[in-house]
Design a binder for this molecule. Structure first.
Ligand code: ZN
Ligand code: ZN
Length: 346
C-alpha cells in the first residue's frame, strides 16, 4: 500500500515527506485497521516536514477518517465497514492530569498514535485508543471530507471552553487560516462578536464572506488600534491567537481589553521569543493561556457541531489532493492559497 511518511533527506539531513510502498498493516489484539477515506493536512504536519515542530513525536496525518477494514481479536462494538473517526491521541482519564482537566497533558495522551500515520491507504489504530473510547462512529449524513474536520474543530472547542466566551463578548481571532475560521464559526454560533485579522487578502475575503463583523488586514493597518476603535476604546474581551507568529501574539496581547483573556492556539516555531514587556500582563490583569489538542469529550461535540452546520464547515474545504500529490498539497497549504486541504487515497 501507499503511505506518506516522514524521512530524512540524505543530502541535507533535513526531514521530508516521502511517498513509500509499505506493507499493509494488520490489527493487533484489541486494535483496528482503517482504510483511509480522507485526512486533513494540518499546519503541524507542515511544521513536522520542515523540522520546526516542538510538541510531540513526529507522525504525519492525524485528521484521518475512514472505513474499518479489519478488526483485531477481542474488539467489541466495531465491525468491518463501520465509518469512523479514530482519535490519534487518547488520555487515560485516571491520572492526576486527567482528573484535573489537563487530559491532553496526560503521560499516555501522546504515547500512542495511528501507524504509520493518517496519510496512508490503511493505518492501524492501537488497542489503547480503541479501548479508551477514542474511536467515534460517523453519522450517515456526514461525508468523509467534512468529517476530517472533527479533529481540528475539537481542538477549537477545547480552546473556546478555556476562554469561557459569553454571548455578546467581542473576540479577536488573530489568523484567518483554517483553524482561525473554525474558531470564528464556533464563536458566531455562541453569539460572540467576531473580528478577524490576517495579512492575507484572500483569507480575509473568505472571513468576510463567512459573515464576521469586521476583518483587519494586519499588513496594512495597526491591529490593536483598529480593534480598540470597534470596542469603545477598550480592546476585545478575548483574543484567540490562531497563528504561531510572534507578531500575531504581540498584536493579540495589545488588542485585548484590560482584564481580558488571550488564548494561544497556533504553534510557535521552535525558539520563538516575544519582545513584550511582561509588566503589561500584570498592570492590565491579562490572563494568558494555551490550549493543546482535544479529547473524546470535544471530538463528540465537534462532530455534533459539524453535522448540524454541515454546509458552512464544507466551505472550508477548498482543495483536495490524492496521496501521490502530497507535495503539491503541502505547497498549496504553505502558500496560504485556499483554506483546508484534504488528502484522499486516490
Ligand atoms: Zn491538526
Ligand atoms: Zn491521564
Amino acid at each position: 500500500m501507499k503511505a506518506v511518511l516522514l524521512a530524512k533527506d540524505a543530502s541535507t539531513g533535513l526531514p521530508k515527506a516521502e511517498l513509500k510502498e509499505v506493507d499493509t498493516p494488520i490489527p493487533g489484539p484489541g486494535g483496528l485497521v482503517v482504510k483511509l477515506e480522507a485526512c486533513g493536512l494540518c499546519g503541524t504536519d507542515i511544521e513536522k516536514i520542515r523540522g520546526e515542530y516542538t510538541a510531540a513525536m513526529p507522525v504525519l496525518g492525524h485528521e484521518a477518517v475512514g472505513t474499518i477494514a479489519a478488526v483485531g481479536e477481542g474488539v467489541a462494538g466495531f465491525r468491518e465497514g463501520d465509518r469512523v473517526f479514530p482519535h490519534h491521541h487518547v488520555p487515560c482519564h485516571s491520572c492526576h492530569y486527567c482528573k484535573a482537566g489537563s487530559e491532553t497533558m496526560c503521560d499516555m495522551y501522546r504515547s500512542s498514535n495511528l501507524t504509520p500515520g493518517g496519510f496512508s491507504e490503511f493505518f492501524r489504530v492501537p488497542r489503547w485508543n480503541v479501548s479508551k473510547g477514542g474511536v467515534l462512529k460517523l453519522p450517515d449524513d456526514l461525508n468523509f471530507d467534512v468529517a476530517s474536520l472533527v479533529e481540528p474543530v475539537a481542538c477549537c472547542v477545547r480552546a473556546l471552553d478555556k476562554c469561557g466566551v459569553k454571548s455578546g463578548e467581542s473576540v479577536l481571532v488573530a489568523g484567518a487560516g483554517p483553524v482561525g475560521m473554525m474558531h470564528s464559526m464556533l464563536l458566531k454560533s455562541m453569539g460572540a462578536d467576531v473580528i478577524v485579522s490576517d495579512v492575507s487578502e484572500g483569507r480575509l475575503e473568505f472571513a468576510e464572506r463567512s459573515g464576521v463583523r469586521l476583518v483587519i488586514n494586519a499588513a496594512k493597518v495597526d491591529v490593536p488600534n483598529s480593534v480598540k476603535a470597534e470596542t469603545e476604546g477598550r480592546g476585545s474581551d478575548v483574543v484567540i491567537v490562531a497563528s504561531g507568529s510572534p507578531e500575531a501574539i504581540i498584536q493579540g496581547l495589545r488588542s485585548v481589553r484590560k482584564g481580558g483573556r488571550i488564548c494561544l492556539f497556533g504553534i510557535p516555531s521552535r525558539g520563538s521569543i516575544l519582545d513584550y514587556d511582561i509588566g503589561d500582563l500584570y498592570n492590565s490583569e491579562l490572563s494568558v493561556f494555551a490550549s493543546y489538542g482535544a479529547t473524546e469529550t470535544e471530538t463528540k461535540r465537534a462532530m455534533a457541531q459539524i453535522t448540524s452546520n454541515h454546509s458552512d464547515f464544507a466551505k472550508l474545504l477548498t482543495h483536495k489532493f490524492p496521496l501521490e500529490m502530497f507535495d503539491e498539497a503541502v505547497d498549496t497549504a504553505a502558500s496560504g492559497r485556499g483554506m483546508k486541504i484534504v488528502v484522499t487515497p486516490d
